[in-house]
Each structure stands twice: as structure tokens, then as C-alpha cells.
Design a binder for this molecule. Sequence first.
Ligand code: PMP
Length: 436
Amino acid sequence: MKDGHKDVFKKCADFTEAQNVKDMGLYPYFRSIEGIYENQVVVGGRRKIMIGSNNYLGLAHDERVLEASQAAVRKYGAGCTGSRFLNGTMKIHEQLEEEIATFTQKEACIVFSTGFFVNQGVLATLLEGDDYILCDRENHASILDGCRFSAAKTVPFAHNNPEALRRRLSRLPAEGGKLVIVDGVFSMSGDLVDLPAMNKVAKEFGARIYVDEAHSLGVFGPKGEGVVHHFGLNDETDLVMGTFSKSLGSMGGYIAGPKYVVEYLKHKARCFMFTAALAPAVAGGVLRALQIMQEEPERMANLWKNAKKMQEGFKAHGFKIGTTASPIIPLLIGSEMKAFVFSQKLFEAGIFTTPAVFPAVRYGEAIVRTSYMATHTDEELDYVLDTCGRIGKELGIFDDAAYTGDKRKGSSGYDFTVPNESRDAAVREDAGVLAQ
Ligand code: PMP
């Protein structure tokens, strides 16, 4: 670089955190999966029980889904080579949109190439400079990015706390447009949103409400429609988004709501208009998965049987699992380093899962995020419980500050020795998850 000029690559050269964890033999990310056998994956030639996916209904490898995907490839080709707006709209996309609108009982729907784009695109498009986005502090990163991309002011409120929402809303001017956005099931904690209370508060202050069903589609609701249906609040909820990357085993996402809003988004949302359409193989597979989900309600029943077994089982082993009410079960570890070590030990014992550290969770509250599938067997789940319990004891996790509440032990999580300025700054600001 020329002297006296800032090099935009400098931060990359200075970024050593990942390498440090690799050097310790504890790096848990980007593990390369060589093969998949239902609930087990092969990594480094060895099978591991998968408890780190979002394949809740076990449909990602269903033969019927794979066949439908192949049929769509044969009919429409490998890709759309363009955006939906121009040359990329195929019959299969429209079919998928109609099916989702019917299934979610919304007037209309459009499908985006990823769930991330849905949140980013819809928020950036709908909200204007004098508007406010009321955003739960634990909402997903795609929502936070949507807030950033929109011209509106973001007003964060305490996680899943309708009173905090009320306080925030009560201070906003009536003339500013307001949108309350919440995850149906929060992706790290597994918490279920208190939608009845949120909805009531939103209505009191003339705010629209938008629910992200990424982790609740196929999990909540009489037929898996999501939390909005679980609470019987579909008509009261203005916009609902969902993803195809979890229960439906593929990728992509949708926004469903009033026809005139969907029509507007279709012509204005940049994440929809300026990116290639969902590949036909994806649309075909998702359509089939959506049918199977409705034809085989036993999948959702099994998912819940497994989720309940694991929630109870972890508690019985002494784990803190927070306030989860879903198949996402976070094991509270506290210390980042211990979360890495715990994950690595599980991996060596044949269990695939990953730690979540700051900024995915609040700093000092590292977890190992586990999640369950309809297809897990009792044998697999018992093995997971016993192994987690044994390794937890070996590592002294239950004696840690996160469990005993004893701050003097100095293991409240701030023991990750690698210095990081942005992390420290974020902690100082107590910016919480919004620092993402
Ligand atoms: N919303 C939530 C709550 C999520 O957890 C995710 C992904 N984990 C997304 C949106 C983004 O979805 P996708 O991965 O399908 O792009």
C-alpha cells in the first residue's frame, strides 16, 4: 500500500480470532459433511448424530422431495438466469405462491430467493424516513439488516416483552408509521413469541404487525402454518414471512399478506427484483415438501414428542435451557471457551452441534444450540442426553458462574482471551444483539 493511505484490507490481516481457535483444535464451524444418512452425517469418515440442523420435519432428504426436485429440473432447467421481474418467473413459482397463500390463509404471497432477502427486502421497501420499526432485541440478523437498509428509525424493545413495546410505542408520534416485527420462534433461545399481547399493544397504537415464521413453519399451528395460526391470530397479523430452509428442507422464503401490499413489494423490493429467481429444483422440492407436511401430520407430532423428551431430559441432567418452548434447545454454557470445548468433545463423541457466541447471543452468554427433528430415534436422543450430561460434568459446566450465579468465580463468560476491540466496544455500549 502507498504510504499514508488506509488499507481497507488491514482489518482482514489483523483478524486472528478464527485462526487462534483453529490452533487450539477447537474450531467448530464450516465442518465439511461428506454424506448424510437421515439423522446422521459423515464428517472425516465418521458418523455423527445431527442435532445442529433446522431440518425439523426430516424432509430435506425425503425421496419424494428429491424426485420432485429432479422433475422440476428436467422441466424448467438448472436455473432461471434472471430475476422474477424479467425472465425468471416460471409456472412453478406461481404455483408455489398460490399454495403458500392458501396454506397460510393470506390473500397473496411472493417467494424470494432466500429468507434473509425477505426480511431485508420487505423492511427496506415498506418503511420510510418518518416511520418506526419496533424490533424485538432478539430478532434475527436478517431483520436487523432490514432495519438498517430501511430509511425508518429502529426502536428496539426488550425481548418478548409487551410492556416494553408499549412504553416504546407510547413515546412515538401518531403521525409516524409504525411496524412491530417479531420472530415467531426465536432462533437462538427457542422462545415462543407472546403474540396475543404484542398484537394487542400494536393495535392500541395503530401499528402494523409482521411475524417471522422461519422456525415456526411446520412446528406450530394446527397444520404447521406457524405461530400466527397457533394463536388464532392470522387475521390480526398484517404480514407473515417464512423460510423454506428449515422445515421444508431447502432454501428460499416468502412474504404473505394483503394483495395490494404484495403487489407493491413485487414492483419495489430490490432483493426480489434484482436477484435471480428461486431455482426450479428448489421450487419443485419445496412444493412437494409442503404437500407431505400436510399429508403426514405425524411428522409434527413426532417432532414435538422428541422436543419434549429433550427439554425434560436436559433439565433432568442439570442443564439450563432458558425459556425455550420449541425444538430449539440452547444449553447455557456462559463462557465462550467452554462452549467451544464442549462442542468439540461432543463432536469427538459422535454428535454434531455448534456453539453460538457473541454476536449471535449476548456476550458472556455462550450457548451450545441444539435442535431436534421428527426423525430422531429414541436411541439417538438417549445417547445425546447421556453424552451431554457426562461431558458437562467432566468440564465442570454445572459449577460455573452461569449455573451458580457466583460472579466471583470469574467465569461469567468473559474469559475468551483473544482481544477484540469491536467486541469490547459493543459490550461497553451494552448494545446487546443489536450490535450485530
Ligand atoms: N429469520 C429467522 C428467524 C432465521 O432464523 C433465519 C435463518 N436462520 C432467517 C430469517 C433467514 O432465512 P434463510 O436462511 O432461509 O435465508
